[in-house]
Ligand binder design. Structure first.
Ligand code: C2E
Ligand code: MG
Ligand code: MG
Ligand code: MG
Length: 292
């Protein structure tokens, strides 16, 4: 009888699993496999200093090379990885691989650029993260100043005191912090001032309306001015046109990222972009030398 009742319970439980949950379980299993089979990869998007046009940084963006589905973008697996607790392992994979790649570019003679990595909420609150970051930097012989962690505005504002404590421990390590998707959530520059943060990344929602919605121009101009007063740099996300770049330059925005300059590309292609710029710079020095 007891056995029969247990069987019923199991059947009821199984029937209670919605198809959505089944799908979720499947993706979880596949994500675990993906880690074991090394199916993740990173694409890299340059960050340009607007005034000089130089590449000064690069953001690592994770992708999943799925055996059947092809290249899967983060929106289709990061939220699930976050819910299921696999994000710590994936996040550590991203950190290790991005830092190893940055060290490899440097060894090949390319100029050192800052490498930015996205950190999820769960990773951010993981007490081990600071030690892991320190270890990965040491393993790859990278200067802490070369690493930037991106946390979203909403993550940082959820518990400002706790965030401040965590960010201070990163600051002590010497790495820098960017506030991602700035302006999409509960914006509070006054709070941000208390955080040891290098920059805010202005969400592309503002950037896309530059030149067409005068309110966006006013908002961007005001945010840049206020950020600078608070000693924060501003990076514009999702810059797709030269016109948007011109507006950002006029408002004194520091850096940009977006399809206008380059889409996220594989490591080899980013190496070529960096190499081209390096040669251009050396070329212009030579020109000066010849003129003299
Ligand atoms: P994000 O950190 O805000 O990254 C910027 C996103 O905007 C990227 O999408 C990038 O490809 C896209 N983008 C860049 N320039 C342009 C543009 O000019 N126009 C448009 N329309 N889009 C542009 P992606 O790679 O699909 O990543 C989406 C989000 O997934 C990221 O947003 C980030 O929140 C998250 N993510 C990516 N990689 C990781 C990771 O390694 N770990 C974690 N935890 N999250 C990640
Ligand atoms: Mg980001
Ligand atoms: Mg962003
Ligand atoms: Mg964004």
């Amino acid at each position: 009888d007891a056995k029969k009742a247990g069987g019923n319970r199991i059947r009821r439980y199984a029937a209670g699993l919605s198809s959505q949950n089944v799908e979720r379980l499947e993706v979880e299993t596949q994500l675990k496999q993906a880690l074991r089979r090394d199916e993740f990869l990173l694409h890299y998007q340059p960050q340009i200093q607007i005034a000089s046009g130089h590449i000064v940084g690069v953001e690592a963006l994770v992708r999943w090379q799925h055996p059947v589905r092809g290249l899967v973008l983060p929106i289709d697996f990061i939220p699930l990885a976050e819910e299921s607790g696999l994000i710590e392992a994936i996040g550590e994979w991203v950190l290790r691989n991005a830092c190893a790649q940055a060290a490899a570019w440097q060894r090949s003679g390319l100029p050192a650029v800052r490498i930015a990595i996205n950190v999820s909420a769960r990773q951010f609150h993981d007490p081990e993260l600071v030690a892991v970051v320190a270890q990965v930097l040491a393993d790859n012989g990278l200067d802490p100043e070369q690493l930037e962690l991106e946390i979203t505005e909403s993550m940082s504002m959820k518990d400002p005191e706790e965030s401040s404590r965590i960010l201070t421990s990163f600051k002590a390590l010497g790495i820098s912090i960017a506030i991602d998707d700035f302006g999409t959530g509960y914006s509070n520059l006054a709070y941000l001032r208390q955080f040891p943060v290098r920059c805010i990344k202005l969400d592309r929602a503002f950037v896309s309306e530059l030149g067409s919605q005068s309110s966006s121009d006013a908002i961007v101009e005001a945010i840049v001015a206020m950020a600078h007063k608070l000693d924060l740099q501003v990076v514009a996300e999702g810059v797709e046109t030269a016109e948007q770049r011109d507006h950002l330059l006029r408002y004194g925005c520091d850096e940009l990222q977006g399809y206008w300059y380059s889409r996220p590309v594989d490591a080899a292609t980013f190496g070529v972009l960096l190499q081209d710029q390096h040669e251009l710079e050396r070329g212009s020095y030579l020109d000066v030398a010849v003129c003299n």
